[in-house]
Write a protein that binds this ligand. Structure first.
Ligand code: RIB
Ligand code: CA
Length: 315
């Protein structure tokens, strides 16, 4: 059982990653921190609380509202055309009685890492702002965390917010640069693999036939939310009745790294030059003196197996 802390900007794909984590028998969710991105951090936290209730996991999982803007104080307005006005495709889920934990998100991350004595796995599916703030509070954090799995970035494929940059990394490029260089045992799951992995409308119709009664509310939610997401994919990329799989893929890889193949890279993130903001910069020089740790960047994935596992959690 891996003990995970999720840091999310709870949009449609984040929500499916969270539901998967709550259903997985191999993951134990210790808490969720939220960040601005697909919606505001407070809205994301409210989405998380509703998703926890929907999952029927039967316990309260701490949810902490995190950063509402980047380290440099910027906030780009939420992409309502991608994730809806509420971040979850305008689906209205039943309200939860649970309230967000009144703790600073960075403090919560540091506290959990200390409490779990090296066992904590962090999975980020949004900007890296909360984690960068946690690093400021405890620079030894990377050595206290078992691994960090981050959905973000693009290496050999184009970006989705600029020719060179992916949304989670560009959304707070300074924070991303700090996290990339901090020495975490880090796995990067970026557009190189997420844009080659798809869920189709047919997958969901099949799932609806075979899901357990216990999982039916989750499946009904996923169907509605993905209808919204499919429409974005149709309008923006001409994809019919299907979407790419970003955040759930990172969660699946956090659960089982053998789904992917990885290249070790020494990397940082450009955050000063506006045109290249969010671009991952790699250093492939041989240098025996180089101290920066390498990041395992996912370059190939078994997409069929990943999607099958994702859907199987609800059967
Ligand atoms: O670029 C894709 C990422 O940006 C995903 O995490 C999506 O949820 C958005 O945050
Ligand atoms: Ca996300």
């Amino acid at each position: 059982m891996q003990r995970i802390l999720i840091d999310a900007d709870t949009g449609i794909d984040d929500s499916i990653a969270i539901l998967y984590a709550l259903k997985s028998k191999k993951l134990l969710v210790e808490g969720i921190t939220t960040c601005f991105g697909n919606s505001g951090a407070a809205q994301s936290a409210d989405n998380c609380l509703r998703l926890i209730k929907l999952s029927g996991c039967g316990r309260e999982i701490p949810v902490v509202i995190g950063s509402e803007c980047s380290l440099e104080g910027e906030y780009a307005s939420a992409p309502a055309h991608i994730h809806g006005k509420n971040g979850i495709g305008n689906v209205v889920l039943p309200k939860s009685g649970q309230k967000p934990l009144q703790e600073d998100a960075a403090d919560f991350i540091v506290r959990k890492a200390n409490e779990l004595g090296g066992e904590l796995v962090i999975v980020t599916t949004g900007r890296l702002t909360n984690l960068a703030r946690a690093l400021e509070k405890d620079p030894k954090l990377p050595r206290k965390v078992k691994k960090l799995v981050t959905m973000g970035g693009c290496l050999q494929v184009p970006g989705n917010v600029s020719p060179f940059a992916e949304a989670n990394i560009a959304g707070d490029a300074k924070a991303a640069n700090q996290v990339f260089r901090a020495g975490f045992h880090m796995f990067l799951v970026g557009l190189d693999v997420t844009t080659k992995t798809f869920i189709t409308k047919q997958d969901l119709e099949n799932l609806e036939m075979y899901c357990t009664e216990e999982s039916r509310p989750c499946v009904e939610y996923i169907k509605k939310a993905l209808d919204f997401y499919f429409e974005f994919h149709r309008q923006s990329a001409g994809m019919l009745c299907r979407c790419v799989v970003h955040d759930p893929l990172a969660m699946l890889i956090a659960e089982d790294g053998t789904l992917g193949e990885f290249a070790m890279i020494r990397a940082g993130v450009e955050y000063q030059v506006p045109a290249y903001r969010g671009m991952i910069v790699t250093d492939h020089r041989f240098d025996s003196e180089m101290e920066q740790d390498e990041i395992a960047a996912c370059i190939r994935v078994d997409s069929d197996q990943a999607v099958r596992r994702l859907l199987f959690a609800f059967q």
